[in-house]
Design a binder for this molecule. Structure first.
Ligand code: GLU
Length: 280
């Protein structure tokens, strides 16, 4: 039997809070329960929002809670070339295109579409001609790389209709309404959470992904990427989110609930973990 491998993958854009502790407990606890291993991955591709002090705090806080992981932890900012490679493959397959539209123009397109779903964008009515695209590139207009939903459908054929994944032991069929032409890279960043996360899950041999239900919709997108890139498909275990006493999600700006603040006021890790269990 394959050994269970999961991961906890925080972004160092703030101090970890009780919600993260619950997620970490779910992921590290899952690995422990099945005699597997839980990796730590630092998802720091957003150079403007990620800070070294938050990354240092991640190691400290997790260590304080009693979790450990194989060293070194993968830091995504050291691997932009890998993600660039994925983008190039998608470009060669003609599955991505440059989108020069502003946010406002995209929202107008969505509003005009006959079966629009919230903010999911299903591409322009008429794709930009190669000539017009070249003019925009040469004049240094900003753009994003978007996955072409229609091209993916065509590329995968029957396989597209059969796409599904396992979530909490149940098979879930992909819901096309959740997909659309998602952004896979911005001109200045060169990758996105979707590419970096799915690439690394495949590279690191992750068998089981344990994360919050806030990322369940994202899994539909990830499943599509896995099929296109021929990456293995892990099992998913989306857990309920931990809520505060007012029934709201913990947020990074919620200073009092950060593990660091709790530690400074004398909280003990065992009490935190017990508290999470009783709320979760
Ligand atoms: N880096 C993501 C976050 O902090 C988590 C990604 C994942 O678990 O897939 O929300």
């Amino acid at each position: 039997m394959t050994k269970i491998r999961t991961r906890f993958a925080p972004s160092p854009t703030g101090y970890l809070h009780l919600g993260h502790a619950a997620s970490a407990q779910a992921a590290f606890g899952f690995a422990r329960k099945y005699g597997g291993v839980c990796l730590l991955r630092i998802e720091d591709i957003d150079k403007t929002r990620c800070k070294p002090e938050f990354e240092r705090a991640i190691y400290e806080d997790l260590d304080w809670l009693g979790f450990d992981w194989p060293l070194p932890a993968r830091r995504q900012s050291n691997h932009f070339k890998d993600y660039q490679g994925v983008l190039e493959i998608l470009q060669e397959k003609n599955l991505i295109y440059r989108c020069f539209k502003t946010r406002k123009e995209i929202l107008e397109d969505i509003a005009r579409a006959p079966h629009g779903h919230s903010n999911v964008y299903f591409g322009p009515d008429t794709p930009l001609s190669k000539g017009a695209e070249q003019v925009l590139v040469q004049s240094k207009q900003p753009y994003a790389w978007r996955l072409s939903f229609k091209s993916c459908q065509k590329y995968l054929g029957q396989r597209y209709d059969d796409l599904s994944f396992i979530n909490n032991s149940e098979r879930v069929k992909i819901n096309p309404a959740l997909l659309g032409d998602i952004i896979l890279a911005r001109k200045d960043v060169g990758t996105s959470y979707h590419i970096a996360c799915c690439h690394d899950d495949a590279l690191q041999g992750i068998t089981d992904i344990v994360r919050g239900t806030d990322l369940l919709e994202t899994t539909h997108i990830h499943r599509l990427l896995q099929e296109i890139m021929d990456w293995p498909v892990p099992k998913y275990h989306h857990h309920a989110l931990l809520m505060d006493s007012e029934g709201k999600r913990f947020a990074k700006r919620d200073n009092a609930a950060t593990l660091r603040a709790l530690r400074q006021t004398g909280a003990l890790p065992e009490n935190i973990l017990a508290q999470i269990k009783s709320i979760g």
